[in-house]
Ligand binder design. Sequence first.
Ligand code: MTE
Ligand code: MO
Length: 438
Amino acid sequence: MSKSRQGANSIHAAAGNGLLHRRALLGRGVMVAGAMGAGATGALTAAAAEPLTEAPWSLAPGQATPPYGHPSRFEKAVVRTVDNPNNAPGGSRARTPHHLLKGTITPNGLHFTIMHAGIPDIDPAEHKLVIHGMVKQPLVFDLDTLSRYRMVTRIGFVECGGNSAPMFSNEPIQADVQALHGLASCAEWSGVPLATLLDEAGVDASAKWIIAEGADAPHLSRSVPLAKVMDDALVAMYQNGERIQPGQGYPMRLYLPGYEGNMNVKFLRRIQVTDQPGMTYFESKIYTDPLPNGKDTQFYFVQEVKSFITSPSPGLKLREPGVYEISGIAYSGNGRIAKVLVSTDGGKSWAEAALDEPRLPKAFSRFNMAWRWDGGPAILQSRAWDEAGNVQPTREQFVAKRGQTSKPPSVLGFPGHHFNAITSWAVQPDGEVRHVYA
Ligand SMILES: Nc1nc2c(c(=O)[nH]1)N[C@H]1C(S)=C(S)[C@@H](COP(=O)(O)O)O[C@H]1N2
Ligand SMILES: [Mo]
């Protein structure tokens, strides 16, 4: 690519079907900025030179500032989809609207939420956390005693093992990114390292696991290898700077960076140190997957490398041919994202997307790529690599290993877990975007 400054209309192809080099992005920005200032020629100048009219909100004082702020009333569509709004028995799932968000931090009210039996209304003054089992000294903490320890803060994702499960279907289900991938979110978590508390309790040399239990009605329990706990597990009490939401486990949850959502036990109330796993319901039945070869995966902890395009995506119609920004999210339970490639011709050619900094381990990374849509057929895909050397599989590769299902979409539920293959969006001639397999 030439180093000299290119004219606004000069296009640098990075790959087939209109993918543009990053430099073209700069060109676009300069063109608009120049037009906004004095002296540039063209249609943009004419628009910028029009006198601004005074809207009503410019003519009178505005409203009082509320004690707790909320998004503008014009943002009412930016909400989670709750699949069991009346809280009937059987659990509920609320999904993050990725197509309407940018950046990497999920606002607290939009964090995805899975409850197996509703959200308990826990009085923080009554809540206790007990550590017992293979320890020298069993301990009990309340919120106050816990808050006297040094807290650490880290940004990281939570992803349900069942996220993207509709893509086990052998036919592409017509759904948006919220329905397909909305069971993953990313937040800043602050809390006390569980290692600190276990050190204080004095763990037996022969201990190998902990069993964590929640205070909600199902007393959700999961076993976690002690090595992971000592590495980076948190007893999290804050989410994006404020006390964690009731749906995220108020007043405290186990946070296990990069590990399957279900293991991040909310309303954490008891930790038993053991030398073997508890073989609890959620690890022996629910999050165990049968494989095509007749074997089962069990204790499959890490959420593997994954990415998907959030814009354009189903529901976000392209108004007309022209230059668009392809934007999406990539993450890996193994560490940082190393690179993301984007294709707009269904995987025939690929170009490397720009990754926002900082790139944090086991957290969302935002990728961007400029694209000129000529109005013709296009299939948009992203593919991520993590720093541990893992690559996101194609759908074909994934299905060969993990299988697929012909059950009708209405009964799909979670036909499998840990789906992380490539997602494909087909742009129609009218600008609508559809989910396809390519
Ligand atoms: N106590 C308790 N912990 C729980 C759950 C629950 O229902 N009760 N749901 C689990 C599941 S299935 C997932 S995917 C994650 C979701 O975390 P989030 O709701 O904060 O996004 O919490 C896990 N921890
Ligand atoms: Mo989950």
